[in-house]
Design a protein around this ligand. Structure first.
Ligand SMILES: Nc1ncnc2c1ncn2[C@@H]1O[C@H](COP(=O)(O)OP(=O)(O)OP(=O)(O)O)[C@@H](O)[C@H]1O
Ligand SMILES: [Mg+2]
Length: 270
């Protein structure tokens, strides 16, 4: 099957600290690819490089065969990004926000209107189109944020923790929506700390830890590696990444982490 994303030896250093360390993986067309890892593992940094927001220190990545550094304009035509933080203006209405971002993407006004209304309808937000975003709940804001990412009708959607802080109802709806988009042919890179969500949605999963890919496979195959009967994805994740809490800032590791010793190394599945 054809790859829509190819990542080879991608590395990002912040000063002396290596946040993403020689990462390689491919995402196939029409695949939902779960990109998992502990806090600070390098997921969002990888996404920022793939979405042209951050320049890699070294390595290569292509989106639909376009190099993310040399062909940024082409790359941007293919991608939509739901970033970690909701990017919307509270003092504008949902419609005004979408008009603003649509214009940034150089879309014609009637096209912005058509697309906004289509996606807003699918996410059950039509009633709130002319209400101020500042008055919305987190779940309502996130749905507008997702519409914003879809304005360019991307064939690859990057979702960086899209259901973080949402109630079960909104989470359920958004998961269904992701599946529906994928059924229509949109490839997805999804990060989440919810192991059930990852398992439910992902065709394949990569686990990144300390900037390096620790495992990459289907959920089924990952589970085969765990030395436990009927393992959950959480069992597999903890076996691969260990139980040590990641208190890291810009490469500086909290001393508490060291007190627990090298749990990670001993617990590796491979
Ligand atoms: N601009 C930056 N300058 C310095 N260090 C950074 C910068 N951005 C990220 N980092 C560091 O790089 C590491 C990876 O961060 P990143 O945000 O990619 O992690 P993550 O896997 O997305 O984690 P989380 O699950 O908490 O979102 C962290 O240690 C973080 O402190
Ligand atoms: Mg992150």
């Amino acid at each position: 099957m054809e790859n829509i994303i190819e990542v080879k030896n991608l590395t990002k250093k912040f000063g002396h600290f290596t946040a993403v360390d020689n990462v390689s993986f491919n995402i196939r067309k029409k695949e939902i690819f779960g990109f998992l890892g502990p806090n600070g593992a390098g997921k969002s940094t990888t996404i920022r490089m793939l979405t042209t927001l951050l320049r890699p220190t070294s390595g290569d990545a292509t989106i639909a065969s376009h190099d993310v550094v040399k062909k940024q304009d082409q790359v941007r035509k293919h991608i939509g990004l739901v970033a970690e933080k909701i990017i919307l203006y509270d003092h504008l209405t949902a419609r005004e926000n979408l008009e603003f971002f649509g214009r940034l993407f150089h879309l014609p006004k009637d096209e912005i209107k058509r697309r906004s209304e289509k996606w807003i309808g699918k996410l059950h937000m039509t009633e709130w189109l002319n209400a101020q975003v500042g008055t919305f709940s987190t779940g309502m804001k996130q749905r507008i944020n997702i519409v914003r990412a879809l304005l360019t009708e991307p064939d690859i959607l990057f979702l960086d923790e899209p259901t973080l802080g949402l109630d079960p109802q909104t989470t359920h709806m958004i998961r269904g929506f992701i599946r529906e988009l994928n059924n229509q042919g949109v490839s997805v890179l999804l990060t989440t700390h919810d192991m059930l969500e990852a398992e439910e949605l992902s065709d394949r999963i990569a686990i990144i830890d300390h900037g390096k890919i620790a495992a990459s496979d289907t959920v089924e195959n990952l589970k085969k590696r765990a030395q436990k009967e009927n393992p959950t994805l959480e069992d597999v994740f903890l076996a691969i990444t260990g139980k040590e809490i990641r208190d890291v800032t810009n490469g500086r590791v909290a001393t508490r982490g060291h007190m627990h010793g090298p749990i990670r190394a001993n617990n590796r599945v491979r």
